[in-house]
Design a protein around this ligand. Structure first.
Ligand code: WT7
Length: 657
């Protein structure tokens, strides 16, 4: 590093444990009055009307919260609105010529959509969806990478009252089929392919493979992203996106009136068991909550050039690339590719060239930037940035401080936002113009949110002790149920801490945490069998069933081990059937099996062949031990094992002997 003061600066930062919001930020922040916490507390649940009032309603709600059938809460009951109207139409008069989406493709081209442009294309595609048969309440699946047609399709669905179900483009064909079958979705919007590190990737073949596994008839729309770089054919029942839209040129589709509690979308996520869960979000509560948190936490203002560098295939992108920012009428940046193409300064080049004002990304990305070195952001002027955010996994204080110094120039507050697919929006974080920041700790619960850290009995733990996060009151952005599975909704999220007899309902997010004397919560990670790889949630059961599906595999255990960049990585312990050989070929087939069933993100970091798995006397796999082995940690108690001798065996294999 060229700066001679740098070592001293680093030394000072390493020690510093609390940071005040920068003065320059506070002067212009959307929220600056700490009284908001008490205000929300004293006026709960009516406090949430402030969120709903950020939207335009066709008819007002009669009741803020209805809780006669807990835990099936309803928000803004009786209210009517349309999400696409709120994200588009209502901005046309004042901001029709301002940018809604500023998109950059990986090869470097840009596409700009003003609110008027986006409104036009959404209307045309909404008309096209109707033309091919989509009706209100039909689930439309989207299997698309980061191209503008994805938010267009989402908003077109919202316009006609058809819930969308977006499947991350990196997921496999099987994952697509499972989700379309589970939601009986008869419509798919996808594309021919996209660019990754300079290559044109074929996506349509994967989509078609997935459709082969769907057990009902489907109609597909294909966006031509790659033009001459990849030829593709359309099968029967498949339409070209651009032809459909052209045929509807100038069409206007009246936004369908939706009840506040009508479903806006489904999002599948991983849980403890093999079957992904269809998380159901509704129109009024969700849209209010993501708008309010975008304004309060990300400090979004209409004139910003705001960038959430997540993928729309995950909840972060739904809430904070599409719905929150567009409902507030700001400019939302979208980038198609990877951060290291053509070089490791791609993100900083984007921030610099568009004068990005907020950047919201994941700790895994920050750890990669840190490893690449400060010279890459150093090549660019990042002074347009006024706020930084992180989401998806705990951020270690070193990465926090690197982000603060080298990206934020010590002028930007950082919001470390804890939330989940199920919560719809942020739950625990500092408010950037109000709260002291403590690197590594997400912060206090947001105003109106009653999140606690409790012991196994549900009693709050003392400061400094570890326990479990619970949320003891409902909030507008909460999931309403698991699609067509109310029972699993209750057993997954409510059974652990609720007391139905006493009418006490407590939401359990399945995260461990600590709390300090100031009420700041430090998230420790999942306490269920879910692995968090680069901020993405993967169920160990899903991975195990993929491995066991490989011919010759008798048994498998997947666990999450520590990883410098990814946070956690998948370690797979595998027992083969008689007559099958350990070795390169088997290794490859297992990796392929996982990639085919889930996708490359679930690819095991290591596959360890073993004749046995460590099991308790009752026959349960001791996962804790497998995690210790993966991390090369001191092993916990092995005295309850039925087969303690296998442990040393496995350890030797991991060490590579
Ligand atoms: C799980 C939810 C929220 C959108 C992205 C992930 C972990 C999330 C943080 C954070 C520590 C975090 C939790 C949570 N997580 N944010 N700021 N600090 N951990 O959504 O796929 O539903 O995963 O991600 O373990 O339960 P998701």
């Amino acid at each position: 590093m060229s700066d001679p003061d740098e070592p001293q600066l680093e030394a000072r930062l390493v020690e510093q444990e609390a940071f005040e919001p920068p003065e320059s930020f506070v002067e212009q922040a959307n929220l600056t009055d700490p009284g908001i916490y008490d205000e929300f507390e004293e006026n709960w649940p009516e406090c949430w009307e402030a969120a709903a009032e950020l939207l335009e309603w066709e008819s007002d709600w009669d009741e803020v919260l209805v809780d006669d059938d807990e835990p099936f809460y309803e928000w803004f009951v009786g209210g009517e609105l349309n999400a696409s109207y709120n994200c588009l139409d209502r901005h046309l008069d004042d901001r029709g010529d301002e940018l809604a989406i500023l998109w950059e493709g990986e090869p470097g081209e840009t596409r700009e959509f003003t609110y008027a442009d986006l409104h036009r294309e959404v209307n045309e595609f909404a008309a096209a969806l109707r033309e091919i048969g989509v009706e209100e309440d039909d689930v439309v699946t989207m299997y698309m990478p980061m191209i503008p047609e994805l938010p267009v399709a989402m908003l077109a669905c919202a316009r006609i009252g058809a819930p969308h179900s977006v499947v991350f483009a990196g997921f496999s064909a099987d994952a697509l089929a499972t989700r379309m079958n589970s939601s009986d979705s008869e419509y798919l919007v996808t594309c021919d392919g996209y660019y990754r590190r300079g290559d044109a990737l074929d996506h349509l073949s994967k989509a078609n493979d997935g459709l082969g596994g769907v057990d009902h008839d489907t109609t597909t729309v294909v966006v031509d992203r790659l033009g001459d770089d990849l030829d593709h054919d359309l099968a029967d029942g498949q339409h070209d996106y651009h032809e459909l839209v052209e045929a509807q040129e100038g069409a206007e589709v009246e936004p369908v009136t939706r009840d506040a509690e009508d479903m806006l979308f489904l999002m599948y996520t991983s849980g403890t068991t093999g079957q992904p869960k269809g998380v159901k979000h509704t129109t009024g509560g969700y849209l209010s909550y993501v708008s309010w948190t975008s304004q309060a936490v990300l400090d979004v203002k209409p004139d910003d050039t705001y960038w959430c560098a997540a993928d729309i295939g995950w909840i972060t992108g739904h809430s904070y690339i599409v719905y929150g920012p567009l409902a507030l009428g700001t400019t939302s940046v979208m980038y198609e590719g990877t951060p290291d193409y053509p070089d490791k300064d791609r993100l900083w080049e984007i921030v610099d060239s568009y004068d990005v004002t907020q950047l919201y990304t994941a700790p895994t990305a920050i750890r990669a930037f840190m490893k690449w070195g400060a010279e890459y952001p150093g090549r660019h002027d990042l002074s347009s940035l006024r706020l930084l955010g992180t989401v998806g996994e705990p951020i270690n204080p070193r990465a926090w401080k690197w982000y603060y110094t080298h990206i934020g120039g010590e002028e930007c507050p950082i919001v470390d936002t804890w939330w989940q697919t199920e919560t719809g929006g942020m739950m625990i974080t500092t408010l950037p113009g109000i709260g002291t920041m403590k690197p590594g700790s997400a912060g206090p619960p947001l105003p109106g949110i009653d999140a606690r850290v409790v012991d196994a009995e549900g009693e709050e733990v003392a400061a400094g002790e570890a326990g479990y996060v619970t949320v003891n009151r409902p909030w507008p952005g909460m999931l309403r149920t698991l699609y067509r599975n109310d029972e699993r909704f209750i057993s997954e999220y409510w059974e652990a801490y609720s007391d139905p007899e006493a009418d006490e309902w407590v939401y359990f997010p399945e995260d461990g945490a600590k709390i300090d004397g100031d009420g700041y919560i430090t998230i420790l990670g999942r306490v269920d069998d879910v692995i968090n790889v680069s901020g993405h949630r993967l169920g160990t059961m899903e991975i195990e069933s993929a491995i066991v599906g490989v011919e010759g595999v008798a048994e498998a255990a997947a666990v999450g081990g520590d990883h410098d960049i990814k946070g956690e990585a998948v370690y797979a312990y595998v027992i083969l059937e008689e007559g099958y050989e350990e070795g390169e070929e088997m290794h490859e087939r297992i990796i392929e099996g996982v990639e085919d069933a889930i996708g490359p993100i679930a690819r095991p970091e290591e596959v360890i062949f073993t004749p046995e798995l460590p099991k308790t006397r009752s026959g349960k796999i001791m996962r804790r031990l497998l995690v210790d082995i993966a991390n090369d940690d001191e092993l916990g108690n092995t005295s309850t094992l039925r087969n303690p001798e296998v442990v040393e065996d496995i350890q030797r294999k991991v060490a590579g002997d």
